[in-house]
Design a protein around this ligand. Structure first.
Ligand SMILES: N[C@@H](CCC(=O)N[C@@H](CS)C(=O)NCC(=O)O)C(=O)O
Length: 303
C-alpha cells in the first residue's frame, strides 16, 4: 500500500475525514471519484487543493472533500503539491491525516475501509481475473497519456518553458511517472508518429481482448455479473480515448455497450460525469471538428 508515511506538506496532518486531491477531467482521478461514489460517499464540497480555511479541513462522515488540483493551471507542477504527491500527478487521497497515492491502490484501500458493494469479488477465481485486468489496465495508462496528448489535447497540453524547467527541478529521481522526459519530447514535437501509433495499437489490443471477453458469454461486466475495480480502470481507459474521437461503437460494439452500462450507473453519473460534463463535451466537440477536417484519431484507428 503506497502510503506516504512522513509527507513533506503540513496540510496533510490537518485534514480530517476523506479528502481527494484530483482533477475532474483526469482518468486516474475519475477512477477514485467513481469508487467513492460506488461506496456511497457523496462529494461534500469542492475546494482548491491547498485551501486551509477551517471549514474545508473536515469532511463529514459519509462524504469527502474534493481538493481540486487543476491540470490546466498546472497546479500539480508546483513545489507545494509535490510535497503532497511526490510524483506530481493526481490523484492523492488523505484519510484522517494518512496520505495515499496511486489510484488503484487507493481504490483497494477504500474497498477494504468502507462499507458498500465490494469492488473486488470474494470468489478467488474472479478475484484473480480482476487483478489481471487491473494490471493490464495500469500497464496501458502510459498509452492513454500518449494517445490523449497527441490526438486529444494537442498543443493545449504543452508546458511553457518556465513550467517545464520547474518540473525538471522538482521531479524526484526515479519517479515512476517520468513526466519531465515525456514533456521534453512532447513540447518539442519530438515524439515520433510511430510511437503514438504503437501506443494506440497497444490500447486497441486491450480493447479487442475485452470485446471478445464480453462477447464470449454475454456477461454484463468485465469479470462477470457484478461491477468491480476492473470495470473502473477500463471504463476510464475507454472514456478518454472516446473523447479523442475514437470510433468505439463501430470497432468494438460489445465494449461500447458495456461502457454505456457503466456510464448509466448512478455512481458514475453522480460521482464522475456530473463534474466532468463540460470538459467531456468540449473534448467531443474538438474531436468532431477534427474529424470534419479529415484529421484526428479516426484515420489512425486500426481497420
Ligand atoms: N500511476 C498513477 C498515474 C497518475 C497519472 O498519470 N495522473 C495523470 C492524470 S490521469 C496526471 O496527473 N498527469 C499530469 C500530467 O500529465 O501532467 C495513478 O494511477 O495514480
Amino acid at each position: 500500500m503506497p502510503q506516504i508515511l512522513a509527507p513533506d506538506s503540513p496540510l496533510v496532518a490537518r485534514l480530517a475525514g476523506i479528502h481527494l486531491f484530483g482533477f475532474d477531467a483526469a482518468p486516474c482521478s475519475q477512477r477514485v471519484a467513481c469508487a467513492l461514489a460506488e461506496k456511497g460517499l457523496r462529494r461534500h464540497r469542492t475546494v482548491r487543493w491547498d485551501d486551509t480555511r477551517a471549514a474545508t479541513l473536515t469532511a463529514p462522515p459519509g462524504s469527502y472533500v474534493f481538493r481540486q488540483v487543476s491540470l490546466i493551471k498546472q497546479d500539480h507542477l508546483t513545489a507545494g503539491y509535490a510535497a503532497i504527491q511526490p510524483n506530481m500527478v493526481v490523484p492523492a487521497l488523505v484519510d484522517d491525516g494518512r496520505l495515499f497515492i496511486e489510484s488503484m491502490d487507493i481504490i483497494d484501500y477504500l474497498d477494504e475501509r468502507l462499507p458498500g458493494p465490494a469492488l473486488m469479488p470474494r470468489d478467488p477465481q474472479r478475484a484473480e481475473l480482476v487483478h489481471a485486468l487491473v494490471d493490464q489496465g495500469k500497464a496501458l495508462h502510459v498509452s492513454v497519456r500518449y494517445v490523449s496528448f497527441h490526438w486529444g489535447l494537442g498543443r493545449l497540453g504543452k508546458l511553457n518553458a518556465a513550467t517545464e524547467q520547474r518540473l525538471r527541478e522538482l521531479e524526484r529521481a526515479g519517479s515512476p511517472e517520468q513526466l519531465a522526459a515525456f514533456y521534453a519530447g512532447f513540447n518539442r514535437d519530438a515524439i515520433d508518429a510511430r510511437e503514438y501509433l504503437a501506443h494506440l495499437r497497444a490500447l486497441e489490443n486491450g480493447y479487442a481482448e475485452q470485446e471478445s471477453r464480453l462477447h464470449g458469454d454475454g456477461r454484463p461486466y468485465l469479470s462477470g455479473d457484478t461491477f468491480t475495480m476492473a470495470d473502473i480502470i477500463w471504463c476510464m481507459n475507454v472514456m478518454r480515448i472516446l473523447e479523442c474521437g475514437y470510433p468505439f461503437s463501430a470497432r468494438y460494439p460489445q465494449l461500447s455497450a458495456w461502457f454505456d452500462r457503466v456510464r448509466a450507473r448512478p455512481a458514475f453519473r453522480d460521482g464522475v460525469m456530473r463534474h466532468h460534463r463540460g470538459m467531456h463535451h468540449l473534448f467531443r466537440a474538438k474531436a468532431a471538428l477534427e474529424r470534419w477536417f479529415g484529421r484526428g484519431i479516426r484515420r489512425a484507428a486500426a481497420a
